[in-house]
Structures are given as structure tokens and as C-alpha cells.
Design a protein around this ligand. Structure first.
Ligand SMILES: Nc1ncnc2c1ncn2[C@@H]1O[C@H](COP(=O)(O)OP(=O)(O)OP(=O)(O)O)[C@@H](O)[C@H]1O
Ligand SMILES: [Mg+2]
Length: 379
């Protein structure tokens, strides 16, 4: 006789397993809620009262669960200042999905944070429930602001660089035309005069004048070349070039100069040599132009795998914050280009200046150049 495969389970068993499934589901939901790395707020959609809040949000806002539960969203301090938050809640009740990209909130410690706020409405046992997901985007915002400021700085800098390049070209063109061109014209006239039949009589004075002109032109060419790029930097390296430049600049205004350099076993990478020299060049030019100092000292040290350049003067100093702000708005180029050069070479730079005491420009560069450059680190 065949037996029917009939379930002998008690009718209550079905009910129990449904209860068990519900418990498992509730546990899963709880775990998600408790461990979520975003703030979650559950509100009653009709009254706006807070029914639940996860630990991430209580940490983020600095309020205990007890302080938040049972309150209306717009009555708790962080949301109190949110403009028209009550009206926004009404929007939410109407639209069932609301997203604010960037809401400023204040924590219990008075710290302001920026959050992304997304709310949805759904039904639970006939009740309308609002779930708000709140993500702290303060760090992202700060990084965005930093990036914006940096790209503005770069824009100003590149605009000024183009201008500076034009000024430099104008200067070289004027030197070539006014100084060298004039001298060559005088020599040309003298040589033409010597070709005349009676020219031989004035041979001596004309030759002497021409020789003086040749000396002058040679000096001019030497100066132009030096200002464009001192060959000593390529031929002998950073230390001799910097030593020579420090003495030359100091002599211009009668400054007492000191120069100290750690011995370098070998030549540094040309990129580092050039960038370090250019930073020192601008710092020393600033000392000569602005500092009204009595002494200037230049140091080149090897410390912890980095090359450190320090240019110090005992002059009138300046307010770094104010001057930097003006520079970023396009008032000057020197300070920003020093910072940019050090950063592009994989290093960094800081200014210390005290009015009436003096200024120190401290730049650091990696001793080993890598492409692309490593992240700048303040030592
Ligand atoms: N060593 C210093 N001592 C005193 N003031 C300084 C010194 N270095 C810079 N400054 C001040 O900082 C300002 C900005 O310097 P920065 O090098 O950016 O511009 P600049 O030298 O005026 O022009 P440039 O763009 O041609 O370099 C200067 O105008 C000056 O007021
Ligand atoms: Mg300058």
C-alpha cells in the first residue's frame, strides 16, 4: 500500500519559522544599522519625531541617543540653524525623496561640519517612516576648497609667469638694441672711416675707441648670459654657483654675507640644482631689494636625506600672511614662484619673518630626484 507523503508538522511550526525568519531579518537590519559608516536617522513621517538613531550619527553629532530620541528633527540643536528645516521637512513629506548635497551642521562641541543628507519615506505596518542617511563630507569639502584655492593660485602664477617672460624679453631686447647695438654702430663707423684714404691719420684714436667698445660689449654679453643662466651652475655645480651669487648680490648693496655648505660627495641632480639655485636667487634678490639688512647668510645643509636651503637676513621683515594673500591676488610673483619651484622639485618651502627682526626662507628638496616628484613633506 502506497503511503502519501504528507507533512506531519504541527500548524504552529510554519508560524514559528516565519517568526524565526523575521528575527533573522531584524538582526541583519540591526547589524547594518549599528555598524553603518554613515549616520542614519529614523523619523515619524507625520510628526517629524526621531524614532531611532544609529551610533555613527550620535558620534558624528556628539549627542547621546537619549538626547535625540523623541525630539522633533528641527528641535535638536544641529538642525536648529538649518535654514527653514521645518519647511524642508514638509518638502520631504510631500516628495518622499529629498537630497541636500551640502548641509552645514554644528556638533555639540560647536564644530561645524558639512553633510550630505538623503531622505526617503516608506511604509511600515501602515505608518509612514522617514529614513535619513547623513554622510559627513567635511573632509571632502575641505579638500575641494584646497584644490580650488590651489588652482586659483596656479592660474595667477602662470599668468604672472607669462608676463614676467615678456618683461624679460623686453629687457633683453632693450639691452641688445640700446647697449650692444650702439657699440657695434660706433665700431662700424670707425672701421668705415679707416677705409677712407685720409682715415689712416686718425688710426690710433679710432682703434682705441673701438677696443673700448669691444670691452663694453663683452661685459654686456657676459652680464646678459649670467642673468639668464650662470654657466658656473652647469660647470661647477650648486655650491660654487650659490657661493658666487651670494657674494655678488651682497656686494651690490654692501651687505655682509656668510655662506656655509655641507660637503656634497657628488653633483646633485640638475633639476634639484636649478630649482634650489633659482629659489636662492629670488630670496637673495628680495633681500637686496626689500630687506634693508646689514647681513645675509646662506646655508646649504644635508639633513635626513634632504637638501635644506636657508637664506636669512636681519632686515625689516614683513607680514607673511598679508603679503602672501596679496601675491595670490596677483600683486607679486617671487614668493609664489619660490613655493612652486620647491614643490615641483618634490620638496617644500616656508617663510618666517618678523617685522624689524628679519626674514628666513627655508626650502627643502629631495637629495634623490625621482620622476614624478614625491609628495612634499614638511620636515
Ligand atoms: N627679505 C625680505 N625682507 C623684507 N621684505 C620682503 C623680503 N622678501 C619679500 N619681502 C616683501 O614681500 C613682498 C613680496 O615679495 P615677492 O618676491 O613676491 O615680490 P617682489 O619682490 O615685490 O616682486 P617680484 O614679483 O618681482 O619678485 C615684497 O614686495 C616685500 O614687501
Ligand atoms: Mg621678489
Amino acid at each position: 500500500m502506497k503511503t502519501k507523503n504528507v507533512s506531519l508538522k504541527h500548524p504552529g511550526a510554519k508560524h514559528r519559522s516565519a517568526e524565526q525568519a523575521l528575527r533573522v531579518s531584524e538582526q541583519r537590519y540591526r547589524r547594518l544599522f549599528e555598524t553603518a559608516q554613515d549616520g542614519i536617522l529614523i523619523l515619524n513621517a507625520d510628526s517629524g519625531q526621531i524614532d531611532d538613531v544609529n551610533p555613527f550619527l550620535t558620534n558624528m553629532l556628539g549627542y547621546s541617543r537619549k538626547q535625540l530620541l523623541g525630539n522633533k528633527l528641527w528641535d535638536i540643536v544641529p538642525f536648529k540653524d538649518v535654514e527653514a528645516s521645518k519647511a524642508e521637512f514638509r518638502d520631504l513629506q510631500r516628495e518622499s525623496y529629498v537630497r541636500y548635497e551640502d548641509l552645514p551642521l554644528e556638533t555639540s562641541a560647536g564644530k561645524s561640519i558639512n553633510v550630505e543628507f538623503v531622505s526617503n519615506i516608506y511604509q511600515v505596518n501602515g505608518d509612514r517612516v522617514v529614513q535619513c542617511n547623513i554622510r559627513d563630507i567635511t573632509k571632502r569639502r575641505q579638500a575641494e576648497e584646497k584644490l580650488k584655492a590651489y588652482s586659483h593660485k596656479l592660474l595667477v602664477l602662470s599668468r604672472r609667469l607669462v608676463e614676467a617672460q615678456e618683461t624679460e624679453r623686453r629687457h633683453i631686447a632693450r639691452e641688445l638694441h640700446d647697449e650692444i647695438g650702439q657699440a657695434l654702430t660706433v665700431m662700424q663707423i670707425n672701421l668705415q672711416a679707416l677705409l677712407q684714404p685720409h682715415g689712416k691719420q686718425a688710426l690710433g684714436p679710432r682703434l682705441r675707441e673701438s677696443l673700448a667698445m669691444v670691452d663694453h660689449v663683452l661685459e654686456q654679453v657676459h652680464d646678459i648670459a649670467l642673468n639668464l643662466r650662470p654657466l658656473i651652475l652647469d660647470d661647477l655645480g650648486l655650491e660654487p654657483a650659490l657661493r658666487w651669487f651670494t657674494r655678488r648680490q651682497a656686494a651690490l648693496v654692501g651687505l655682509q654675507a656668510e655662506f656655509h655648505a655641507d660637503p656634497m660627495a657628488q653633483r646633485l641632480n640638475p633639476v634639484i640644482e636649478t630649482e634650489c639655485f633659482r629659489v636662492a636667487q629670488e630670496a637673495l634678490t628680495n633681500v637686496v631689494r626689500h630687506a634693508l639688512a646689514k647681513t645675509v647668510s646662506v646655508e646649504l645643509r644635508k639633513e635626513a636625506g634632504q637638501l635644506h636651503l636657508r637664506v636669512r637676513d636681519d632686515g625689516i621683515g614683513f607680514d607673511v600672511g598679508t603679503v602672501r594673500e596679496k601675491a595670490v591676488r596677483g600683486a607679486s610673483l617671487g614668493l609664489l614662484s619660490m613655493e612652486e619651484r620647491a614643490a615641483l622639485a618634490g620638496g617644500g618651502l616656508e617663510f618666517k619673518s618678523t617685522p624689524n627682526k628679519g626674514t628666513e626662507v627655508h626650502a627643502w628638496f629631495p637629495l634623490k630626484w625621482r620622476t614624478p616628484p614625491p609628495e612634499s613633506k614638511n620636515p
